[in-house]
Design a protein around this ligand. Sequence first.
Ligand SMILES: C[S@@+](CC[C@H](N)C(=O)[O-])C[C@H]1O[C@@H](n2cnc3c(N)ncnc32)[C@H](O)[C@@H]1O
Length: 231
Amino acid sequence: MLTQRSQEKELLDLGPDFYTPQEFADCHIKLFRVNKLFGFFSDTKQLLKKFSSNITVLDVGCGAGLFLLHLSKHFPKMTLTGTDICLSSITLAQQELQQWQNKHFSKNVLFKLQAFPQTRFSPSSVDVIITTMVCHHLDDEALIKFMQQLVVGAKNAVIINDLHRHRIAEFFYSMLSPLLFNNRLITHDGLISIRRGFTRSEWHVLLKKANIQNYTLKWRFPFRWSLVLWK
Ligand SMILES: C[S@@+](CC[C@H](N)C(=O)[O-])C[C@H]1O[C@@H](n2cnc3c(N)ncnc32)[C@H](O)[C@@H]1O
């Protein structure tokens, strides 16, 4: 069990017949809580402090955009763009941005629909690319191409946040998620996300196949990976 990455699709990837608009919006908003609780947000914040204060940052697969909006509070001089292949996510992110701008003065954030799953970036067109909880949505072949394209697009680094596939993570998540998040998609898809996650040796194999040598891969509690591809 859990010896290989699961091929099961998440409800979010199956489309709107599999969830209500309320469940979808609630799930995407609560994903920021997941990101904070798992430490993805604070890790990314620490990593971004290594770069100059006025860089350009692209969040690929930004969902409802809260990750980027909260980063904008800490990095007001950075130019932050979020993209996603899902129109409903981008619509949600644009609504969040409007509400955010009523409360905070931030003119440095923008959300855009990404036309194709396999985006082609102009070389070094953005300083840093972030992608959080996106890689596990892709099968190995698509992920190798995805990482190669991110490396082309980034001038300095690509920050990848994703999950460690592990039975302990699966067990505790199945117990705690209904209590913590109270959203069917977060619990159901979260468990599939863990099963679609990665072991350390799988990352090394995928990165080798992508011909990416300059990277740091760190395991972080609770059962997640912080992977940085350096240029
Ligand atoms: C689990 S959500 C994570 C959203 C956000 N990054 C967060 O952590 O809250 C995964 C997102 O990745 C998007 N996605 C999946 N494949 C993608 C791809 N190839 N390019 C861009 N976005 C993608 C989905 O539409 C979805 O919004």
